[in-house]
Write a protein that binds this ligand. Structure first.
Ligand SMILES: [Mn+2]
Length: 346
């Protein structure tokens, strides 16, 4: 496993100096955040980001994410131009040594939560998804960190309507068309494409979501027969429903060589299907981290891994889910399990 850490660039209150001091840290996962969705990422910008990361003795081989324009997901408007731009961005990324690109195909909204600073019993704060609160939200007025905030209320309304009309099968067709256009290029320039599951993995606000569990992951992988066409296996996103058995999914898709990027975090599922994000440590949530790490170990996983969202602890402030301290604790915990497994300690 190659341990990495997500970094939001110069605006991120967490610095590369700090990340470098976490033991076992190999690389950074980042993106160029100020280029509008759909535009080509110029080589100079990618190289500048890479140089900055390398100056801190870290690698930059994974991009999270290259966002997919809504026109591509809806296959309308300028989608052909945006697909051509996407291909060119992949070519440019490859020239700068990028080996893995994480992306998602979630309509309109990226990850969705009802609360960004839910107080846990230990006094820390975490992101939470409370079903009753989500039901009361007006999706046109929602904004969460990491979402594209450039849409007006009217634009969001019309986007939601467009996806409701498109439906699940329509979205599948548009995903298939996108994959069949970009994958030959990705394969040619040797970039592993790693789709992130929908978070949470069920439809919200009547908008379809399709990257949700085993059946749909099977269908997704069957869209293109090439090892470069694969997954970001996010334990927290897939794991917030008990329908998904994470170690089983890791063994299945890991053995197929289709997991290129592993997001590992824990989540605590409530009786009513709501959930809160927890510390990585197994007993803090509903997932067994040793089982998860063992599954990666058993399939000989050598790809990229990162801790995922952390709680806000020790009075840290910053981007919800992306503080330094709790994610650093996550790295050390996962690294400890990995070291133990590697040594074959029974
Ligand atoms: Mn994730």
């Amino acid at each position: 496993m190659k341990m990495t850490f997500r970094w939001y660039g110069k605006e991120d209150p967490v610095t590369l100096e700090h990340i470098r001091q976490i033991p076992n840290m190999d690389g950074i996962v980042s993106a160029i955040y100020d280029i509008p969705v759909g535009q080509v990422w110029p080589i100079e910008r990618i190289q500048a980001l890479k140089n900055e990361v390398q100056q801190h003795h870290l690698k930059l081989e994974v991009i999270e994410s290259v966002p997919v324009h809504e026109d591509i997901k809806l296959r309308r408007g300028q989608y052909q131009t945006y697909i051509e731009n996407y291909k060119q961005t992949l070519i440019n990324l490859s020239k700068c040594g990028i080996r893995c690109v994480c992306y998602n195909f979630m309509p309109v909204f990226d990850w969705t939560r009802s609360t960004l600073n839910y107080p846990l019993s230990d006094g820390s704060h975490a992101l939470a998804y409370e079903k009753d609160k989500i039901a009361l939200l007006d999706p046109t007025k929602l904004t969460l960190p990491g979402w594209d905030s450039s849409y007006s209320v009217e634009e969001v309304e019309s986007l939601i309507k467009a996806y409701q009309d498109l439906g699940e099968e329509g979205l599948w067709q548009n995903l298939k068309a996108f994959i069949q256009e970009i994958m030959p290029i990705a394969s040619q320039v040797d970039i592993c494409m790693a789709i992130h599951p929908d978070d949470p993995p069920w439809p919200i606000f009547g908008i379809p979501r399709i990257i949700t569990g085993e059946k749909n992951l099977d269908r997704f992988l069957s869209l293109y027969d090439d090892l470069h066409h694969g997954l970001t296996l996010c334990s927290g996103s897939l794991g917030c429903t008990k329908d998904n058995d994470i170690p089983y999914l890791i063994r299945k898709y890991g053995a197929m060589g289709r997991i290129h990027f592993a997001h590992i975090r824990n989540v605590k599922i409530r009786e009513d299907g709501s959930f809160e994000e927890s510390a990585h440590y197994s007993t803090c949530g509903s997932l067994d981290m040793v089982d998860i790490m063992k599954a990666y170990h058993d399939v000989g996983f050598e790809g990229y891994v990162r801790p995922d969202h952390g709680r806000m602890i020790w009075e840290e402030t910053g981007k919800p889910g992306y503080g330094l301290y709790d994610r650093a604790l996550g790295v050390m915990y996962l690294s400890g399990i990995e070291e133990t497994l590697k040594k074959g300690v029974k």
